[in-house]
Design a protein around this ligand. Structure first.
Ligand code: PLP
Length: 410
């Protein structure tokens, strides 16, 4: 009899989004006339930028010709895309990277999960709380954790609470860890880390031989010029950090699928016999063995994001979402709601009024305002008492949702 991977049984049932769906369906069935506005999901709503779409179409047409037809490409991505990203997105930050240090993929969720392949099982991981659930659950699946306790904390994982008291930037761990997940701008809290704050983490990682997984999926939403877009803007980060980026939120690629990982050659781990070994070499080996590359038209479309026209149009879409964020943030503040984020990230993390639980506030918004958001407690125990609203909606829906909430809470 084939055995299953028992680690999967440790997972708590995918509770958050199915439960939201269930409550919304139930409400809509009972109140068919209610116009429900969804500000819950972390998915984009604007179409692709015209220049990006044109490159996508042209690349599909290439496939119809014998001279431009593209079959298997390099597993780690085409040089023309990698070099465009390095030149247009990293060089302006003062960060130089080698072509061999960047790997193109079909998205960041897979990358965050797959990177665990090249790390030994006895590493201790530190994960924020609240957090993008993928970091935690992929460690459970691979077998690095014990069972979950009543709160949802798994044994053998170090959780780093991100609270109002620490400005949603976790404190350094007090016990020895080997891998640290950081995500800035943050999902779900919408908060960012300054250079000084990231420097603290980089120095800690270098002093303690840790590797930082830096998820920069939302870097394109940063508006404050003082906030770093890449962890490599911090001195010493190339020795200790692996960075993840995605075209999903930046350029509306959630359905198109393209992401990237930067694994600098200097990031080292130790072998079981105590020698230093480059993670870059392992990731190249892993990629060329288990992946056959993101599709050719998708990589052409991604490269067009960095064309002059493509970037201008992409930036306009980002500005549209950030204007939504401003409308939500300022509207809620007018009626006395404490809000975080929404300035350098497309998420507003609000404190539930009157100390309501996250789910009670969810029900209140749904039934009284017909607005759907995401309960903070779904992202981890420290998210209890908070609530996430997303700025990825259509403008008129965002305006109406905010008006309804304001009227209700006044
Ligand atoms: C949306 C998101 C990503 C991107 O995932 P893709 O697989 O590239 O679509 C990565 N990290 C976080 C925290 C996200 O919210």
């Amino acid at each position: 009899m084939a055995k299953i991977n028992d680690n999967y049984l440790k997972l708590k049932a995918g509770y958050l989004f199915p439960e939201i769906g269930r409550r919304v369906r139930e409400f809509s069935a009972a109140n068919p006339a209610a116009k429900v506005i969804r500000l819950g999901i972390g998915d984009v709503t604007r179409p692709l930028a015209p220049a990006v779409l044109k490159a996508f179409h042209d690349a599909v047409d290439d496939l119809a010709t014998t001279d431009k037809f593209a079959g298997y490409g390099p597993e780690q991505g085409y040089d023309w895309l990698i070099n465009a990203i390095i030149e247009k997105s990293y060089k302006p930050l003062g960060v130089s990277l080698k072509t061999e240090e960047m790997f193109i993929s079909d998205g960041s969720k897979c990358d965050c999960a797959n990177i665990l392949d090249i790390f030994g099982m006895d590493n201790v991981v530190a994960i924020g709380d609240p957090v993008y659930p993928v970091y935690n659950d992929t460690n459970v699946m691979i077998g690095r954790t014990g069972e979950a306790d009543d709160k949802g904390y798994y044994a053998n994982v170090v959780y780093l609470p991100c609270t109002e008291a620490n400005g949603f930037i976790p404190s350094l761990p007090t016990q020895k860890v080997d891998i640290i997940y950081l995500c800035f701008p943050n999902n779900p809290t919408g908060t960012v880390a300054s250079k000084a704050e990231l420097k603290k983490w980089v120095d800690y990682a270098n002093a303690n031989d840790c590797v930082i997984f830096f998820d920069a999926a939302y870097e394109a939403f940063i508006t404050n010029p003082e906030i770093p877009h890449s962890i490599y803007e911090i001195e010493g980060a190339k020795k200790c950090a692996i960075e993840f980026r995605s075209f999903s939120k930046t350029a509306g690629f959630t359905g198109v699928r393209c992401g990237l990982v930067v694994v600098p050659e200097e990031v080292m781990g130790t072998t079981s016999t105590g020698e230093r070994y480059s993670f870059n070499k392992l990731w190249l080996r892993r990629t060329t063995t288990k992946f056959n590359g993101a599709s050719y038209p998708v990589q052409r479309a991604a490269a067009a994001v960095y064309s002059e026209e493509g970037w201008k149009q992409t930036k306009e879409i980002i500005d549209y979402y950030m204007e939504n964020a401003r409308i939500i943030r300022e509207g809620l503040r007018e009626v006395g709601v404490t809000c975080f984020g929404g300035v350098d990230a497309p998420y507003i993390w609000l404190k539930t009024p009157g100390g309501m639980t996250s789910w009670d506030f969810f029900d209140k918004l749904l039934t009284e305002c017909n607005v759907v958001g995401t309960p903070g407690s779904g992202f981890g125990p420290s998210g209890e008492g908070y609530f996430r609203l997303s700025a990825f909606g259509h403008r008129e829906n965002v305006i109406e949702a905010v008006e309804r909430i304001k009227k209700n809470l006044k």
